[in-house]
Write a protein that binds this ligand. Structure first.
Ligand code: LRH
Ligand code: MN
Ligand code: MN
Length: 424
């Protein structure tokens, strides 16, 4: 299905009077309202192909209905999101969960929805049917060079798919680690990983980036070979200028100061970008901003500050993506909520009075620094983000329109009830 522009315009017409009042009110207190709106307009967050179906846990999965059954339908889903919010203009593929059989056709289909291809993701954390060697004890860090070679070749294959689609980055996340003390020689595992990544890096086109994603634990429960940002940065530095550290918000030990990690990676010119989600306990993959919206704001506060200091374009300088799983909510509705939360955090970070903050920091005025940050965080920017959408031809309230026209029922009518999408 496609959402016609006339449906969006009709919806906007209904909400316009109330919206205009709210915008007028905001304009009175935000002197650089126009500048912020135009930045928010340009800001897009990519959608992962594996987040469009209902996720599960190791204890079970409660299926949704009308899920995309193939890559074409996943592109259609992201197209729907993008039509509603004009902020989800790219899709990120996980290979081999989503293999583009005919890249040209897939590219053309995506383009018909205004979508590009974000980073491609390799998968050496599961065994695939007909795979010669098992990844049970790891992939790029494996003690057996033959397993490492197989995993390296898979990554090279993924780069080839990405080139055909117009992607510009490879994201490598490894489940490699150990579940018991003594299982692994840490130094050898790290060296093997580095050597394997070097092989992959050689096949990276010159205008590509390699994103090295870290994760503290899971599926291994004692050690992970790329467990934190230090280990990822070590690898990225040894690999070269095209290698960067990717921050997935759910991949830290509890209470980690993620905003500080982000500030330093950005300072070093080694921040790849994000997998956005939220969590209470671990890698819960919940809707961005659902649990810790202040943390999300503080991360964007560092991002805006650091990107401006280095002259990095907000919209295109880093990789912005969601990495979430949807056990209870409709995946499409949940993704709309995540994108909204991310854009709100970004808009609030743009509101921070940087000059005043700098001055207060210089004076060690701790009361003032908190006031300045919280003044921005407590500003209701919903109408500002909606205004950015309106100017892009998207819906003033994507969630309301999604519900009002019953998008999911239309998808069920088209696809049936029992389709199951690959993914988390
Ligand atoms: C690992 C991870 C990684 C994978 C995705 C499916 O937890 O965040 O990015 O590719 O989940
Ligand atoms: Mn991730
Ligand atoms: Mn994860």
């Amino acid at each position: 299905m496609k959402i016609e522009q006339s449906i969006i315009d009709q919806h906007n017409q209904q909400l316009l009077a109330k919206h205009t009042k709210q915008v007028d009110f905001l304009k009175e207190s935000i002197s650089n309202f126009e500048e912020i709106v135009s930045k928010v307009q340009k800001f897009n967050i990519a959608i992962p192909s594996w987040a469009l179906g209902t996720g599960g846990t190791r204890f079970g999965r409660f299926s949704g209905k009308g899920e995309p059954g193939n890559l074409e339908q996943k592109i259609e889903d992201v197209g729907l999101l993008h039509a509603l919010n004009k902020s989800s203009g790219a899709i990120s593929l996980h290979i081999p969960w989503d293999i583009p059989q005919d890249a040209e056709k897939i590219k053309a289909l995506a383009a018909s929805y205004g979508l590009a291809f974000d980073a491609v993701n390799s998968n050496t954390f599961q065994d695939q049917p007909n795979q010669a060697l098992s990844y049970k004890f790891g992939s790029l860090h494996h003690v057996d060079p033959a397993v490492r070679k197989q995993a390296v070749e898979h990554n090279i294959e993924v780069i080839k798919h990405g080139i055909a689609l117009g992607s510009k980055a490879l994201t490598v996340w490894l489940a490699d680690g150990s579940s018991f003390p003594g299982q692994l020689n840490f130094r050898e595992a790290f060296q093997n990983t580095l050597e394997s990544l070097k092989e992959i890096y050689k096949h990276l086109p010159s205008d590509w980036k390699m994103f090295i994603e870290y994760k503290a634990f899971e599926p291994n429960f004692y050690s992970t070979t790329i467990a934190d940002w230090g280990q990822s940065l070590l690898l990225a530095n040894k690999l070269g200028d095209q290698a960067y550290t990717l921050v997935d918000l759910g991949h830290h030990l509890p209470n980690a100061n993620i905003e500080q990690i982000v500030a330093l990676l950005l300072m070093e010119g080694k921040l790849a970008g994000f997998h956005f989600n939220d969590s209470k306990y671990a890698d819960d993959d919940l809707t961005a901003g659902a649990i810790k919206p202040y943390q999300l704001f503080l991360i964007f506060n560092e991002l805006v500050d650091g990107m401006d200091a280095r002259g990095i374009d907000h919209a295109t300088g880093l990789g912005w993506m969601i990495d979430a799983s949807h056990n209870l909510k409709d995946p499409l509705a949940d993704l709309l909520q995540s994108v909204e939360a991310i854009k709100m955090a970004y808009a609030q970070a743009l509101l921070v009075d940087r000059q005043a903050l700098k001055k207060a920091q210089q004076e060690n005025n701790v009361v003032a620094t908190q006031e300045i940050l919280q003044d921005a965080f407590r500003t209701d920017v919903r109408a500002l983000v909606a205004e950015a959408r309106l100017r892009e031809g998207a819906a003033l309230s994507p969630i309301k329109l999604f519900t009002d026209i019953n998008v999911r029922q239309q998808l069920i009518d088209e696809r049936g009830e029992s389709t199951v999408a690959t993914g988390l």
